[in-house]
Design a binder for this molecule. Structure first.
Ligand code: GDP
Length: 365
């Protein structure tokens, strides 16, 4: 399963946020495929569409979809040279598919900052630099090999050399691999290099309890937004402390607490949604009297593979899918009306399932 890693310097509120994630915790019985590991938190993906479908179908049970956050501890300056948990940290980052980077924007004199003052941009750059240095090592090793072959006019080597040189130039300017513009073909190749700075990133700006309603008056949040904009990354404002309190509540209690605070949507919920998008994940639904349920697929997944997320038998025996878009279904008000209106399509094995599709699979057992 795709996972996003939570990284951050010490004392930025990373553990507090990760605890909120594990506490908000998904019912693991519903997700037998998920990883069981203290460093992995399973989160349910909040989705208003699922609530709407539940109102409409009135099933016995509603199950949201879920995915994983991985807590990646131990980054300090010098990690690429093996400081702290250096190498371990880097190998953990290598295994995640996207990065949620927590930065400290809150001031609190009681909580020391590793570098002595609150400066989120410096913090971001400390971590980015460690990742860039690690990638530089990877690229230089490859350059030594490929360079020779390219000089002998080896076609494949020449193709790779061009990419490697682009990366090296970026790294020399302390820019991440994801900032390098590549052709489609080059991108495909570059993905196989598993560079750390190629992974998509979002920033979680951790603000204090007092600031959560007006976070943009915090100049540090502004600076993180500007920085992120330049690399096309998203920023989510959270207050880790409040999130850990919210995470203990459920349903109406949670809503009341949010209303009391004047918060429309919890920062953690926003973070979960943003991380889900960052991973390129999408949701389709099944909606029956027994169960209304959300399922996760990667963008671009065809119908049989989407069916395989429910059960491998569904993929193997796939015949066709009956599909109606969420919008058409809710506009019709019920599955039978949607059918009468001709909004329910029959799709075959080449159909690419779309985010929001409500699907009924037909299959042979
Ligand atoms: P980590 O080292 O990044 O995992 O940081 P922790 O989550 O352990 O947080 C370090 C300290 O900052 C703890 O004492 C937390 O209670 C405190 N802290 C974390 N988030 C917030 C926050 O949003 N507001 C305030 N005031 N303190 C926070």
């Amino acid at each position: 399963a795709l996972t996003t890693g939570i990284v951050g310097l010490p004392n930025v509120g990373k553990s507090t946020l990760f605890n909120a994630i594990t506490q908000a915790g998904a019912e693991s019985a519903n997700y037998p495929f998920c990883t069981i590991d203290p460093n992995v938190g399973i989160v349910e993906v909040p989705d208003e569409r699922l609530d709407k479908l539940t109102e409409m179908v009135e099933p016995h049970k509603t199950v949201p979809t879920a995915f994983e956050f991985t807590d990646i501890a131990g980054i300090v300056e010098g990690a690429s040279k093996g400081e702290g948990l250096g190498n371990k940290f880097l190998s953990h980052i290598r295994q995640v598919d996207a990065i949620s980077h927590v930065v400290r924007c809150f001031n609190d004199d009681n909580i020391t900052h590793v570098s002595g003052s609150v400066d989120p941009i410096r913090d971001i750059e400390v971590i980015n630099l460690e990742l860039i240095l690690a990638d530089m090592e990877t690229v230089e090793k490859r350059l030594a090999k490929v360079g020779k072959m390219a000089r002998q006019k080896d076609k494949e080597a020449m193709f790779e050399l061009e990419i490697l040189e682009k990366f090296r130039d970026a790294f020399e300017n302390e820019k991440p691999a994801r900032s390098v513009s590549l052709t489609e073909e080059q991108t495909k190749f570059a993905k196989g290099m598993h560079l750390l700075t190629m992974k998509p990133v979002l920033y979680a700006a951790n603000v204090s309890e007092e600031e959560i309603l007006d976070a943009d008056s915090n100049p540090n949040v502004q600076r993180v937004r500007e920085f992120a904009k330049e690399e096309n990354s998203e920023v989510i404002v959270v207050c880790a402390k409040i999130e850990s309190e919210i995470a203990e509540l459920e349903g109406e209690e949670k809503q009341e607490f949010l209303d009391d605070l004047g918060i429309e949507e919890s920062g953690l919920d926003q973070l979960i949604k943003a991380a889900y998008n960052l991973l390129g994940l999408e949701t389709y639904f099944t909606a029956g009297k027994q169960e209304v349920r959300a399922w996760t697929i990667k963008h671009g997944t065809r119908a049989p593979q989407a069916a395989g997320v429910i059960h491998t038998d569904f993929e193997r025996g796939f015949i066709r899918a009956e599909v109606v878009s969420y919008d058409d279904l809710t506009e019709a008000g019920s599955m039978s009306v949607a059918k009468e209106k001709g909004k329910v399509r029959l799709e075959g094995k080449d159909y690419v399932v779309q985010d929001g599709d409500v699907v009924h699979f037909r299959f042979n057992v």
